[in-house]
Design a protein around this ligand. Structure first.
Ligand code: URA
Length: 229
């Protein structure tokens, strides 16, 4: 593939813009300056540097973001900043999307990718990908509430019960693992058993736990295997 096209595929701008970047001496490949936009290269694994930004090219990209509270999973947020503002612009430009959504006031592991099949697989209830939440409640969590969550609760607009694996962590906190992603599901499940969520944090999706070293607002590349492809 031509170098200008590889850069375009990675989100560094239109083909014309990428050609100008290369001709302007702003691109290095494997540490060497290049000036030929039509140079033939192999996309996967190609190390480029564009205006000082180093990047290993890949066909598809998978990211784990530690979503902080107070940001929205939307390109056009209504009340807060967008999660996309936490990523470098070339990743946004190449079209990464969130794999499902977290509420603005939920923190924790959010996956993003430009692999549409991966998004479909991880958001469809058919595949039962587990999502693990640490839930802090306003009231003490009772054994009866935990049992009701495990047995399944009916949410207002949906007759099929929503259930999850519920384990107490402390007096007012529990770990809840669900395999669907209905609207406000965890908050509504806790409301249905007579409690109220005051803080919600996602710790894992599929095989992937939120990396400890990833602070709020930080992101890292992950391999699809790590999220159970
Ligand atoms: N359930 C919720 O209620 N909110 C989230 O953000 C995720 C799951």
């Amino acid at each position: 593939m031509k170098l200008e096209k590889v850069l375009q595929s990675q989100g560094f701008g239109s083909r014309k813009h990428c050609r100008a970047l290369i001709e302007g001496g702003r691109v290095r490949v494997a540490g060497q300056g290049v000036d030929d936009p039509e140079r033939e290269v192999t996309l996967e694994g190609l190390d480029v540097e564009v205006d000082g930004t180093s990047w290993r090219c890949r066909e598809k990209v998978y990211l784990a973001l530690h979503k902080p509270v107070g940001v929205e999973c939307s390109h056009a947020p209504s009340h807060h900043a967008s999660v996309f503002s936490l990523l470098p612009s070339f990743l946004v430009e190449r079209g990464v999307q969130t794999v499902g959504r977290l509420d603005a006031d939920t923190s924790g592991l959010l996956l993003l990718t430009d692999d549409g099949a991966f998004i479909q697989r991880h958001t469809s209830p058919k595949w039962k990908v587990p999502k693990v939440y640490e839930v802090t409640c306003a009231e003490p969590v009772t054994e009866a509430q935990l049992e009701a969550l495990r047995a399944g609760v009916v949410l207002a607009d949906d007759p099929s019960p929503a259930r999850g694996d519920a384990q107490a962590l402390a007096e007012r906190t529990l770990r809840l693992t669900i395999t669907e992603g209905r609207y406000h599901q965890v908050r509504r499940m806790l409301a249905a058993v007579g409690n109220h969520v005051v803080a919600l944090h996602r710790t894992a999706v599929g095989e992937l736990s939120l990396p400890q070293e990833l602070g709020p607002g930080a992101w890292a590349l992950v391999t699809p295997l790590a999220v159970g492809r």
